[in-house]
Design a protein around this ligand. Sequence first.
Ligand SMILES: [Zn+2]
Length: 372
Amino acid sequence: MFAGALVAATLASCGHEQQVTGNFDSEAMNAMLQTESQFGDIALGSDSWEVVICQIPRDTTDPIFEPGNERLKLSSADIVHELDPVVDYFSRWSNGRYLPKFTAVNGVSISADEKSDVCVDRALDQSLDSTRGVLVIANAQHTETAVGGWGRPGSPCVENCSARLTRRAVYVGASDFMPYWNGHPPLDLIEHEMGHALDWPHSSTSVDNFGNGVYDSAVDVMSNSAAPRDINSDERNAPGSLGINMYLAGWLDDGNVALVDSGTKSFELVATNTGLVVDGLRLVLVPLNNSTVISVEVIGATGDNRHLLHDRVVVHQIEVVGMNGFERRQTVLDADLQVGKSWSNGKVAITVKQLVTTNSVSTAKIEVRIAP
Ligand SMILES: [Zn+2]
């Protein structure tokens, strides 16, 4: 329990009322909590982000950029305006506990022989002490085969976490903000990269996918963030976040999480997109070994997750890797467990006994059976 106690002490020193203290009978969970404690309140409260446009010269030699003369015409203030739904998105999924605050600032530029990353270095170097992250948008589009962007939480920091020191940043190409979108840009990429800036890792449907850039799960903003748009081209947000990320961010409380490590136990789970005014469990965790747990949660097919078309229980394997959250390996074990069905690895069996929606709150009764 040493790690759990250390987490509680570290967080208490921030001066925030902190509902996530941990102290699980699971080395894997305590390791995750300790890792997140190094980032202080990175995912809580008002989070100041500077929005910066980077001018890319027409003769740029960085192959990430589409050749040609087309450039974004929006100002950083225009972009801030278009980011309102991103603020809403994080407000909803954090249960009102996390609010990115975007502020337009002066642009930066790079020369023809400098790479896109230099945009971010310049934006960070010019940022105010009180700024905790910079969101940099290149005014040129990336090629179709290049990544859309990236995000990072920066170096661990608990107090006065100025982005100029931690180097916390999100960077994207211009594609999602070009005139083609008529002021209604897709925001799933920004939401995904902001997730990395909260120290969240990718997830995918196979352990073999890690390191191969295959992010193919439709139930997680940190995987196929465009999944809602793939179903309905009018959608703009990413899918919601996974319960494990919500909990480690401090968006769920200890009382919303149960851990089971032996025997047979039954639980009623409330869908993760339900406001905390509704009591109840959001996440059941089953430790597999010192570095791995299985997570079980209910995803309601409404709001950001309406592309899923029906409510479901989802099961993930969460493996601690490295000393950062963004290196955790989160693998889908079952993305659509329905009533009467079970998932099992031979040692742990999870069965859905009931899955219902009452007054727009989706709940499931599940049974977890662990072989002796
Ligand atoms: Zn990513």
